[in-house]
Write a protein that binds this ligand. Sequence first.
Ligand SMILES: O=C(CO)COP(=O)(O)O
Length: 154
Amino acid sequence: MNKRKTIALVAHDNRKVDLVEWVQYNWKKLKGHKLICTGTTGKLVSEAFEKKVKATEDIIPEIIRLKSGPLGGDQQLGSMIATGEIDIMIFLWDPMEPQPHDVDVKALERIAVLYNIPMASNRATADFMISSELFQADYTPALKDYASYINRKV
Ligand SMILES: O=C(CO)COP(=O)(O)O
């Protein structure tokens, strides 16, 4: 992944305030990257940037909004991870409430682990991640070799 990263930002409803606060706090570090969000999260992230940018006349970063999570947005993100289009994911999921699309949430987390995508599930990890020198550097995550699986006898 390059210095300019493609960063997925996603939050469940009970974690959206946390994510918006985090974006507002870190907007200067985020503004040079490309942001991909699930639908409702993306709306809030865009609004958070608009507020910050209005005060400084800075430019809003590229923010792409996918479908809302329960309507397929998590699956869209998982597909983008599988095709190498996402570098980092901040996914503040809710540990206290079951989601109608729990299977999609699990699938998204699984695919992020499979492709060795740096993934923060809570705000403290997101803080550590954005403070890492790797956040602004070129970095190639090591991928496991699945050749023996792909070429297995079936
Ligand atoms: O449900 C989500 C992640 O699983 C997030 O979706 P929204 O950003 O559309 O609320």
